[in-house]
Design a protein around this ligand. Sequence first.
Ligand SMILES: NC(=O)c1ccc[n+]([C@@H]2O[C@H](COP(=O)([O-])OP(=O)(O)OC[C@H]3O[C@@H](n4cnc5c(N)ncnc54)[C@H](OP(=O)(O)O)[C@@H]3O)[C@@H](O)[C@H]2O)c1
Length: 252
Amino acid sequence: MRVFALIGYPLTHSFSKKYFTEKFENEGIENSCYELLELPDYQNFPELIKAHSDLSGLNVTIPHKQNIIPFLDELDAASAERIGAVNTIKFLPDGKLKGYNTDYYGFRISLEKWLADLTIIPSTLKALVLGNGGAAKAVLATLKDLHIDHKIVSRQPGNHEDAISYDDLTADIIAEHLLIINTSPVGTYPKIEECPAIPYALVSQQHLLYDLVYNPAETLFLKKGKKQGAQTHNGLPMLQLQAEKAWEIWNS
Ligand SMILES: NC(=O)c1ccc[n+]([C@@H]2O[C@H](COP(=O)([O-])OP(=O)(O)OC[C@H]3O[C@@H](n4cnc5c(N)ncnc54)[C@H](OP(=O)(O)O)[C@@H]3O)[C@@H](O)[C@H]2O)c1
């Protein structure tokens, strides 16, 4: 039996277990299962690995995406090393552990596909990135790689040289930055009546609003953008793409 698992704490609402269990069933992938392994204290990671010698691959979630790094032997340079966070671990043939960040791939592939469908050349856009946490790091690396000029919009702009505050969002800045990406958890179920504090009345038909949140499928951020005529995109394709990328990494 090939055992894959998610480590993190708490693991009450896992998308990954449902996704991989259905994938194994639907695609007739035999002798494989996906488990949830709660890890309250990351310092116990080596013991967890020893206790589960049958593991074939791991996903990592909050709060361990960064603090797990010192326990790994290698990091994928293009994703985990650059971003400074790991959400996928591959067990190499020699027993070493290598960390990857598939959020980067999930966001990048979904954004490139969306823009291609809209026949928009990425480098012609400028972007605003709402929020400056772990998910924003994968988004910022993608924007850099696609040559999309960008600003971070943060409640604490002093923490980053490229950041501005929500109060700094003038008509000129909104008009100049046609891609607006929400990387904050604002609007996630059950607080679905909340949305990031941007001036929605300034959003136009030329704007593209991408929300990393996938529950609900249409957040208030996207609803308000759509009302202004903007194109919208939710976080579900990114979620599925990052899971498929993890599967590809484990099987490569
Ligand atoms: N679709 C996917 O595959 C995918 C993958 C990864 C993450 N996500 C989603 O992305 C979201 C962010 O994840 P994360 O790990 O980066 O979370 P996080 O670190 O908790 O939050 C990200 C940032 O959002 C801002 N923020 C947090 N609470 C806020 C509030 N009440 N009002 C305004 N801004 C707030 C903060 O930035 P400032 O303090 O700088 O304002 C924070 O650093 C989550 O909803 C997660 O589910 C989706």
